[in-house]
Design a protein around this ligand. Sequence first.
Ligand SMILES: Cc1cc2nc3c(=O)[nH]c(=O)nc-3n(C[C@H](O)[C@H](O)[C@H](O)COP(=O)(O)OP(=O)(O)OC[C@H]3O[C@@H](n4cnc5c(N)ncnc54)[C@H](O)[C@@H]3O)c2cc1C
Length: 258
Amino acid sequence: MSDATLSESSQQRGRGRRPAPLWQAGEVVEVIVETPETSSLRIQLPQPEPFLPGQYYNIRIPIDGRPRPIQRAYSVGSSPHPYFDVIEVGVKEMEGGLVSPVLVRQRPVGSILEVRGPYGAFTWTDEDGGPVLLIGAGSGVVPLMAMIRYQVSRGTTVPMHLLFSSKSSEYVIYRDELAVLTTEHTWLHVTHTFTREASNSMARYHRRIDKEMVGEVFAETAPRLAYLCGPPEMVDDCERSLLELGMESEKIKTEKYD
Ligand SMILES: Cc1cc2nc3c(=O)[nH]c(=O)nc-3n(C[C@H](O)[C@H](O)[C@H](O)COP(=O)(O)OP(=O)(O)OC[C@H]3O[C@@H](n4cnc5c(N)ncnc54)[C@H](O)[C@@H]3O)c2cc1C
């Protein structure tokens, strides 16, 4: 199924003409182990809906001792172009969490998952333009990757700079794919920072994202748009830094994983 009707469809939803999404039984058709704590699940949808890069789906699963299934939000990491009948979600296992450990460890190929979506206004397409500064920490890279993959798939060349914070090289989600994409596409720049690995040349920085770091990538990118995704505190700090650097608030989009 193609995304030919994607813009029209999202406009219709914006005007409230589309019905609310319904729960559907998706089948896990592939599991990709990204890092020791994160897996991507590729889910075949029986009733696919056009979606925009950056949007998310809700997933609910039964939990022992709970009267009703427990639901969580997961961003789609795959591009809706050229096909959107299989969505890929990237799930990081949260220690002690109810849903994410089950999705990462106990939903092999062939499992059925209840999913509902798409949702969210944290979206980018080439029509939005750029240059675009993408800032993500941990699994916050997932919707940003959908934007990158969308541009790759469509063949557009809007400049994008991803500032990506991970614990260490072993914990970089999409590590190999990002490395290949940066060699193949001059519009894509990736800057890694590692918070728990002091000396690895893959990373330009070895600390948490801070104001100085944001200032440096901001100066290099001259962004017209910024997309920030990850833990709420990191997103708030980065937004404050960008505002202090003179970026207008309506040019900054945020998605907080709380
Ligand atoms: C729009 C959106 C998109 C998202 N996209 C993604 C994504 O792409 N990938 C991703 O990995 N995540 C994503 N998230 C986060 C995701 O929805 C879940 O919040 C996350 O997976 C944790 O859910 P969980 O059920 O495993 O943990 P929860 O059960 O919600 O617990 C979260 C943490 O709180 C702790 N905790 C729970 N109860 C208590 C308590 N009583 N006292 C102390 N600590 C407690 C747990 O130990 C755990 O560490 C997104 C969130 C949003 C809002």
